[in-house]
Design a protein around this ligand. Structure first.
Ligand SMILES: CC(C)(COP(=O)(O)OP(=O)(O)OC[C@H]1O[C@@H](n2cnc3c(N)ncnc32)[C@H](O)[C@@H]1OP(=O)(O)O)[C@@H](O)C(=O)NCCC(=O)NCCS
Length: 182
């Protein structure tokens, strides 16, 4: 799916653009941003060393998202750079087509500026347009910023999985499965 570009205002007054990623223009930067984000936080499912997409693989991923009828990717462009990305993936079978899974990841220097909130609103809007019944996501319980954002937007915790992920220092992370009914 393609996203109709939209300008948003950040909390500090700057403007940013939400738009679909473009394979030629964005693949190298998007791959680098993903690797950086994974290195900046323990709240994602991979460490930076586990993210090694080539530019060609990233191009293929972007095209796959844009061309798919049930997948959507949106990047946020701020100061001419990609600040982060989000996605919606609608269930791929007839039996799961009423559910959509979402994810958001932003570079740390853009946290707390309202981008996550704006992205979530857009993903929920598209999910509604597509007639979905639920949007769902997984988040680590100690990711207080993310969980606060999701709860504010109406997501509730359906269940939690203790020891879902172990950090390099051995610390166990509890994963929440959250759902918003549309
Ligand atoms: C989690 C994430 C997507 C949130 O996006 P964001 O742009 O930083 O969040 P926003 O600025 O839109 O803030 C939204 C809400 O989060 C909450 N929030 C913001 N800062 C917070 C903080 N320091 N502590 C707790 N809650 C906080 C508030 O409820 C805020 O709403 P408000 O501005 O009306 O008070 C982003 O920080 C991020 O990408 N983090 C790293 C990757 C990640 O954790 N992804 C989510 C995986 S489930």
């Amino acid at each position: 799916m393609y996203f109709v570009s939209k300008t948003i205002r950040l909390k500090d007054g700057r403007q940013a653009l939400l738009r679909s990623p473009e394979p030629q223009r964005d693949a190298a930067e998007l791959a680098a941003v993903l690797k950086t984000v994974c290195g900046e936080t323990d709240f994602l499912t991979k460490g930076a060393d586990e993210v090694n997409l080539t530019v060609e693989q990233e191009k293929a991923w972007i095209s796959g998202m844009n061309d798919s009828p049930n997948k959507l990717s949106i990047v946020c462009e701020a100061e001419g750079k990609i600040a982060g990305m989000c996605h919606l993936a609608i269930g791929g079978t007839r039996r799961s087509a009423h559910r959509g899974e979402i994810g958001i990841s932003l570079l740390r220097r853009f946290w707390g500026q309202g981008i996550g909130s704006a992205m979530l609103d857009e993903l929920i809007g598209v999910a509604r347009q597509k007639g979905l019944c639920y949007v769902e996501l997984k988040a680590f319980k100690n990711n207080t910023r993310a969980v606060a954002l999701y709860e504010k937007k109406g997501f509730v915790v359906l269940h939690e999985t203790p020891d879902a992920q172990r950090l390099p220092d051995g610390m166990a992370q509890t994963e929440l499965f959250m759902r918003k009914t549309l």
